[in-house]
Design a protein around this ligand. Structure first.
Ligand SMILES: Nc1ncnc2c1ncn2[C@@H]1O[C@H](COP(=O)(O)OP(=O)(O)OP(=O)(O)O)[C@@H](O)[C@H]1O
Ligand SMILES: [Mg+2]
Length: 372
């Protein structure tokens, strides 16, 4: 899969830029605060119609303006199509081949990207919410139904929480919760079982990726930590039943607290390196490498599911890695993957693969023919 051309208009500090990309490696060079991450964000928008950095659309609109617009031409194995995402007057407009799509879900799964940015380093050490966000984002990119389910789950969760508060205060009406429990467990069960399957697939890949990038011979493992106690191999129906039972058991506590205390919105992921918790014992470099291994593992998994390679977006990752790890990463990327890699410095002296260079300066992107 390949992004051939992209046009951005009023997107953050990118005013009006149209560029043609290389099918292989694309390197975007620029000093701090010139627009490198903004550019990758624009590419990501074409895949997800949402940003990996913010949930607030207005943030992406160039200052003093009232819209943004991004359009890309994508070539996949058996199709060529255009995607555009625009935002104006509080409304997002998504089009594929100029035909409007009604929902974000309709866009998902068409153009697939893997994005790795500095914020992803928080994945290991940061809050459980970041790890859930990671799962939700990545799974949604390839499984639009997951995204739909997630939206439904969030709506039901909000309504159920309101009801819990109301019943808790009044002290009567517990039976009203039953249909909500059923609906919550319905989408919740699907979410949990899809997340577990996704991590199981990744688990098989990330260990070897970790070793390839780091050269260390430590086992890298990932585990889903469910708030419901159930065997990981259970079906979504089993998860649903266990969810309903648990909601019944914990109802008293929920009524007192006025919130839903179990379910996928409370789950987490744990990462182990050599049988130790990575977040407590891993060095900075090990944590970085682990997240990178996770993303490259994901790339492989998505390629497997889709039968073609996604596009890889690496934001400032090289400056964080030592020379050996940089080289190993480039070796892993090489071949038939399109990648867009941003960097602030001249860390690319060692690159010995055909690639295109671009420079970004105050929001202006230019093709650069020079060599470092
Ligand atoms: N909505 C917006 N309108 C105009 N400019 C914006 C908007 N949002 C962010 N910016 C500006 O865009 C500039 C470039 O941001 P970006 O994150 O792309 O930098 P970068 O090149 O990735 O830098 P770094 O190397 O520090 O990560 C910043 O100065 C930022 O303040
Ligand atoms: Mg940046």
């Amino acid at each position: 899969m390949q992004l051939k051309r992209i046009y951005v208009d009023n997107f953050r500090n990118l005013c009006r830029e149209e560029i043609q990309l290389n099918p292989g490696i694309n390197i975007v060079l620029g000093k701090n605060a010139q627009g490198k991450t903004n550019f990758l964000e624009a590419v990501y928008i074409l895949a997800a119609a949402n940003s990996p950095r913010t949930n607030i659309e207005q943030e992406m609109v160039a200052w003093k303006n009232d819209y943004y617009f991004v359009k890309g031409e994508v070539e996949s194995q058996d199709d060529s199509f255009s995607i555009s995402v625009g935002y104006t007057q509080g409304k997002k407009r998504i089009r594929v081949n100029e035909s409007p799509l009604e929902r974000v879900k309709d866009l998902l799964g068409r153009f697939i990207v893997i994005f790795f940015g500095p914020e992803d380093l928080q994945l290991i050490k940061g809050s459980p919410q970041l790890r859930r966000q990671f799962l939700d984002r990545e799974i949604s990119l390839i499984y639009p139904l997951y995204y739909e389910n997630l939206q439904r789950y969030r709506t039901v969760l909000g309504q159920r929480n309101n009801l819990l508060k109301e019943i808790g205060e009044k002290g009567t009406g517990e039976s009203q919760l039953e249909p909500w429990d059923e609906q919550l467990a319905d989408s919740g069960g699907e979410l949990v079982s899809r997340r577990i399957r996704f991590l199981k697939e990744l688990r098989e890949k990330i260990n070897s990726k970790y070793t390839e990038i780091s050269g260390e011979n430590l086992e890298f493992k990932v585990e889903y930590e469910a708030s419901l106690a159930l065997d990981k191999n259970s079906s979504s129906q089993d998860w649903k039943r266990a969810f309903i039972d648990a909601l019944k058991r914990r109802r008293k506590e929920e009524l007192i607290r006025g919130v839903t205390i179990i379910g996928p919105h409370r789950d987490d992921i744990s990462f182990q390196l050599g049988d130790r918790e990575l977040k407590n014992y891993g060095s900075q470099g090990q944590q970085r490498t682990a997240v990178l291994a996770l993303k490259i593992g994901e790339l492989e998994f998505m390629a497997q599911v889709r039968g073609e390679q996604p596009v890889l977006l690496l934001d400032d990752v090289f400056s964080e890695l030592d020379g050996t790890r940089q080289k190993a990463l480039l070796d892993l990327i090489g071949g038939n993957i399109q990648s867009i890699i941003t960097t602030t410095d001249n860390n690319f002296q060692e690159i010995n693969k055909p690639c295109h260079y671009f420079t970004v300066d105050k929001g202006k992107i230019n093709r650069w023919e020079g060599r470092i």
